[in-house]
Design a protein around this ligand. Structure first.
Ligand SMILES: Nc1nc2c(c(=O)[nH]1)N[C@H]1C(S)=C(S)[C@@H](COP(=O)(O)O)O[C@H]1N2
Ligand SMILES: [Mo]
Length: 196
């Protein structure tokens, strides 16, 4: 298993980012109800600045190479959970499969509850940005984003869309659900980029 719990070094920070407290619980933070989506019903649409827009079924998605990583999880409301084990497909693997075009600069993730979040493409093109379906060896629980969610251990967790069902490659930045409501577009926990 890959261990990426040391990525804080890249940001010259402690493992526990400033203003965070460690929790062993895994709180649920959702803007609304947990949507009921089975693996069979789930699909992922990939659109925008790509060679060929496509929609992957669960089976097609699962044909891509997978990784298992140990990661930390930092919520902007102030809690951090260490040593989460996630299995999934890395964002660079997915981007390569999609054939991202040269003019792509941002990525807008969307989810079945209407949630959206945006990140620069280069912030997504990291091996630790995962589309994950397994937490600590078990199927990802619905409340935590199952069947498939995104995790962004180098950014506050609101950058990781639970119940992800769409990835749009953009040539310009966009504002997602929390970014429209004053949360940071960059969201680096080691710089305490909480609000914009
Ligand atoms: N689709 C969707 N993704 C989401 C959210 C949401 O409301 N809807 N909340 C975000 C926020 S603010 C956080 S902190 C994390 C929480 O993940 P958890 O509920 O698994 O702890 O999911 C993020 N992803
Ligand atoms: Mo959050």
């Amino acid at each position: 298993m890959e261990d990426v719990t040391d990525l804080h070094r890249e940001f010259d920070g402690d493992r526990l980012p400033p203003g965070q407290r460690k929790t062993t619980a895994f709180p649920v933070l959702s803007k609304g109800e947990t949507p009921a989506v089975s693996r069979e019903e789930w699909s992922l649409s990939i659109t925008g600045a790509v060679d060929e827009p496509q929609t992957l079924s669960w089976e097609e998605f699962r044909e891509l190479p997978t990784v298992t990583q140990r990661q930390d999880f930092h919520c902007v409301t102030g809690w951090s959970k260490f040593d989460c084990t996630f299995t999934g497909i890395s964002f660079p693997t997915l981007a390569e499969h999609a054939g991202v075009t040269d003019d792509a600069a941002h990525v807008l993730f969307s989810a079945s509850d209407g949630y959206t979040t945006d990140l620069p493409l280069e912030t997504c093109m990291r091996e630790e940005v995962l589309l994950t379906w397994e937490f600590d060896g078990e199927p990802l629980p619905p409340d935590h984003g199952g069947p498939v969610r995104v995790v962004t251990p180098h950014r506050y967790a609101y950058k990781g869309a639970k119940w992800v069902d769409g990835i749009e490659f953009l040539t310009e930045p966009a504002l997602g659900f929390w970014e429209k409501r004053g949360y940071s577009e960059t969201a680096n926990p080691w710089n305490e980029e909480r609000y914009s």
